[in-house]
Design a protein around this ligand. Structure first.
Ligand code: ZN
Length: 77
């Protein structure tokens, strides 16, 4: 099992999703875990304000996984 269900969301570990998916990131400076999408020009740690452009350099943050939102994705009328 490489995922945990939390309500309607499923966290995929050790994988990268689409840039618009919410990713779980860990700051390498303060070990703070936070969430951000990757389709932005700047990711900033909410704890120590370290920031980087994910399209250019992601060495300051470690991607732990991403959140696959199940809501609406596999629902048929
Ligand atoms: Zn930080």
């Amino acid at each position: 099992m490489s995922y945990i269900n939390q309500g309607r969301e499923r966290i995929q570990f050790d994988r990268k999703g689409k840039t618009k998916d919410l990713h779980i990131l860990e700051c390498t400076r303060c070990s703070n875990e936070f969430r951000s999408t990757m389709n932005v020009n700047q990711i900033e740690c909410s704890n120590c304000s370290t920031s980087t452009n994910p399209k250019l350099d992601l060495s300051l943050f470690k991607v732990i996984g991403f959140i696959e939102n199940l809501q609406g994705s596999e629902v048929r009328c």
